[in-house]
Each structure stands twice: as structure tokens, then as C-alpha cells.
Design a protein around this ligand. Structure first.
Ligand SMILES: [Fe+2]
Ligand SMILES: [Fe+2]
Length: 200
């Protein structure tokens, strides 16, 4: 992936600084939300594999990511257990629900595949950005490192989703639709109620 291609990945809007009001956040809530993000990332990859079993690069590219995301879930669970914290209930994910409203549901199969891959890419990009904030803002050295490792891993994932889109769909079309998604996503971020304890 060259520099110009990398630039298309840029999120338009940083997370609201109030999101990382770290003093006010319960670690239990952060880790619980994070655990479900990892679980959802694994299940999204599984769904894509189930939907497109004939797409060899997709199946081969996403299979190891399922393992990685599930490994991430287990790491987060381990942190909760270590600290005597509970894995709470999964809560409504307003960010992801809003993203899904923009997804093309009908029409050509190619367009639907493109949107599914770009949604995954966006979620990875946004997670990466938020893990970066946690890795910079948390006071606990161990947790800063913990989040730095997640940040690097999610960055790799979002590149994989974009590259998969470019494997199956014309690059110019991918670029154009990605730009539309970035605009839409920035709007979601702008209008989301800032919550200190949510991953999104
Ligand atoms: Fe992950
Ligand atoms: Fe990921």
C-alpha cells in the first residue's frame, strides 16, 4: 500500500476529547465494552466467511483475524479477572447501529460486499484511534502498553479490509465509497453523546 493509498484511510474527525475523560471512567466499563468490541470483530469476520465462501482471498485473509480477535477478547477477559472485575452485559452500540443505517442493503452484490468490508475497515480504524488515546492517556504503565499492542493490531486489520475491497472491486470505486463513508462516520462521531466509558 503506497502513501496515497494510505491517506484514504484517514478519519475525518478525532474522537471527542471528552471521550477520554479518563479520570471519570470505570475500568470495568472500558474493559467490558472493549471485550464486546473484540467479540463483534470476530463474529463479523465469521459472517463474511459464511457469506462469501467462494472468495478465496477473503476467506484466507479473514480466518487468521478471527483467531486474533478472539485472542484479544480473551486478553481483555483476563484483565477483568485479574482485577476482580466483572464482564458486564453487552450494551446497545449506537455507533455501529448508525453505521449500519448507511450500508447498501439491496442492489448489486459487489456494492454490498464493498460496504461490508468498508464498515469493518472503519470500525477497525476508529478502534485503533481510541486505543491510541488510551495508550497515551492512561496512568497505569501496564495498561498503556496493553492498549498500544491493540492499537498496532487493529491498524493491521483495517489495512487488510481495504486491501480485500481492492482485490474484488475497482480501486477508484473503493476510494470513492470510502470517502463517502468517512464523511458519514465523521457526522456520527460529531453527534454521538460523549460517553467516557464506551469504546465507540
Ligand atoms: Fe481486536
Ligand atoms: Fe481488529
Amino acid at each position: 500500500m503506497n502513501e496515497a493509498e494510505r491517506n484514504i484511510l484517514g478519519l475525518h474527525l478525532p474522537t471527542d476529547p471528552r471521550w477520554v475523560n479518563l479520570a471519570a471512567i470505570s475500568l470495568e466499563d472500558i474493559l467490558t465494552d472493549h471485550a464486546y468490541c473484540e467479540q463483534k470483530a470476530a463474529t463479523s469476520c465469521i459472517s463474511l466467511i459464511q457469506r462469501y465462501p467462494d472468495k478465496i482471498e477473503l476467506v484466507n485473509g479473514l480466518s487468521p483475524i478471527v483467531t486474533e480477535e478472539w485472542g484479544h477478547f480473551r486478553l481483555v477477559l483476563q484483565e477483568l479477572r485479574k482485577r476482580n472485575l466483572q464482564l458486564g452485559k453487552q450494551r446497545k452500540d449506537e455507533y455501529v447501529n448508525k453505521l449500519l443505517q448507511f450500508e447498501i442493503k439491496g442492489g448489486r452484490e459487489e456494492d454490498r460486499l464493498l460496504d461490508k468490508l468498508l464498515i469493518c475497515a472503519l470500525i477497525e480504524a476508529r478502534s485503533c484511534e481510541r486505543f491510541k488515546r488510551l495508550s497515551e492517556g492512561l496512568h497505569d504503565d501496564y495498561l498503556r502498553n496493553f492498549y498500544r499492542r491493540f492499537m498496532e493490531s487493529e491498524a493491521g486489520h483495517y489495512v487488510t479490509f481495504i486491501e480485500l475491497a481492492e482485490t474484488y472491486i475497482d480501486k477508484e470505486k473503493v476510494r470513492k465509497r470510502w470517502q463517502e463513508w468517512l464523511v458519514y462516520e465523521a457526522d456520527i462521531i460529531k453527534n454521538l453523546e460523549p460517553r467516557g466509558d464506551r469504546m465507540h
